[in-house]
Write a protein that binds this ligand. Structure first.
Ligand code: EPU
Length: 418
């Protein structure tokens, strides 16, 4: 078992380079399975979720050439359409093989996906979308057998602008006959990244990044490449950290527009930021003011920033409110923040945070990926030593987190324990 050990209160200065977006990469890799020729994906983050997806592609008989941050995937020999339970359950994004294999092979057998336990995380919108395209779905406990004689374009209204459902339906519809229109589509930048990849292969998708996406089906997808966009969640995590213990900490390789709602809220709390097109400089703010945060779908305040931001709120003067609206279970870190000295009361998905409260090192456990990121921030600003268990969650989503933080002056390491 591994543990992160942090000795806190070291000022962070220098540059952190942001990696490729986890949530884009984990959709682009399965999307390569739709292609009838080979594909190249660059700026792929070195995270364990990527390895889990590559294991699935290998099992399906795809071929992978891997160089640092570049993947060449040849899926044209893919015949198998069955993904075993142990692989499907390793991560959430295994569900993108539903849309990709349904589009490519018109058949897929797969289990309910894994991923962080942050809520019920149903996949009913995905399944309704496949059915609207003409697929039948047989469910045996946790296993789904999804089949179509042929896929036919349709008009689909999503009850909620789900990122996963939007991408999955887009994948299947790319190879359907006729036109599919997705109304109330999610607008996250990851969706534009996936649509661009598919269009580079010859797909005919318009409107990605807006709430109406139109997909004209095609028969064949040719060789193509794509670069993964920078990770706005990773950038946000380090920006929040820099707002607490940075000294001219430079966060590099960002897309300013993707961080707009975070930048606005940090400024509201009193953080001074020097925002450039592709980088931001941040220093610790002296007198942080209490603010209210409510997570929303993009371009609102991203749910994945909520937990890291709640740590900043513990250092703001007054009463802050952090309300999570996307998932039912994103407060797993709060008990540990309180153990470290925070004063947070949770009522359902609303946390009331009284600050400022100095934090002290403690033994804590990452209950999910972003809870883990929040605890890393808390450990770095706390006095004394913090040890974090269950760090596999953190390593699923943050490339070289230890190296990146050590390079800017943090005292943080991973140790093996029995
Ligand atoms: N939902 C349903 N039915 C569905 C689909 C979604 O009820 O068929 C509900 C979910 O239960 C949830 C809400 O809708 O309450 C949002 O779900 P969405 O489908 O938008 O999210 P997701 O595709 O499961 C992705 C990211 C999440 C990120 C969200 C929102 C991946 C693998 N996951 O999840 O990332 O929080 O979009 O941006 O891309 C993370 O990185 O820590 C993470 C959880």
């Amino acid at each position: 078992m591994k543990q992160i050990v942090i000795n806190g209160q070291k000022t962070l200065t220098g540059t952190i380079k942001i990696s490729g977006m986890k949530n884009s990469a984990v959709a682009l890799i399965p999307a390569s399975v739709l292609c009838d020729e080979d594909t190249t994906i660059t700026n792929v983050p070195e995270i364990s979720d990527k390895d889990a997806l590559l294991d699935i592609i290998k099992l399906l008989n795809g071929t992978i050439e891997e160089e640092p941050r570049t993947l060449k995937i040849d899926s044209h020999k893919i015949e198998s359409v069955t993904i075993p339970e142990n692989l499907a359950k390793k991560l959430r994004a295994s569900y993108y093989f539903m849309g990709a294999l349904l589009g490519r092979k018109k058949h897929v057998e797969i289990f309910f996906p894994g991923g962080c336990n942050i809520g019920e995380r149903k996949i009913d919108f995905h399944l309704k979308g496949f059915q609207a395209l003409g697929a039948t779905i047989e469910q045996e406990n946790d296993k789904y057998i999804i089949h179509a004689e042929k896929l036919k374009g349709n008009t689909i209204y999503l009850d909620f602008a789900s990122v996963g459902a939007t991408i999955n339906i887009m994948l299947a519809a790319t190879k359907a006959e006729g036109t599919t229109i997705i109304h109330n589509a999610a607008k996250e930048p990851d969706i534009i990244n996936v649509a661009t990849f598919l269009n580079n292969m010859g797909a005919k998708i318009s409107g990605a990044g807006t709430s109406t996406i139109k997909i004209k089906g095609v028969n064949y997808l040719h060789k193509a490449s794509i670069e993964v966009i920078p990770d706005r969640i990773e950038a946000g995590t380090y920006l929040i950290l820099g707002s607490l213990i940075g000294q001219n900490l430079r966060i590099e390789n960002i897309i300013k527009k993707h961080l707009k709602s975070l930048i606005l809220n940090l400024k509201k709390a009193g953080v001074q930021l020097k925002v450039h097109q592709h980088s931001i400089e941040v220093s610790a703010a002296k007198n942080l003011k209490a603010i209210n945060i409510k997570t929303l779908v993009y371009p609102g305040f991203v749910t994945d920033w909520g937990q890291p931001m709640s740590v900043l709120l513990t250092q703001c003067k007054g009463t802050s409110i952090f309300e999570e609206t996307i998932y039912e279970n994103r407060m797993g870190h709060v008990g540990y923040l309180n153990r470290m000295g925070a004063n947070i009361k949770v009522n359902n998905q609303i946390a009331t945070i009284e600050g400022p409260t100095p934090l002290h090192g403690s033994q804590v456990i990452a209950t999910d990926l972003r809870a883990g990121a929040a605890l890393v921030i808390a450990g770095l600003i706390a006095e004394g030593t913090t040890t974090i268990d269950n760090i596999e969650y953190i390593l699923r989503g943050y490339e070289q987190i230890i190296e990146k933080l050590t390079n800017v002056g943090a005292n943080i390491k991973i140790i093996d324990i029995k």
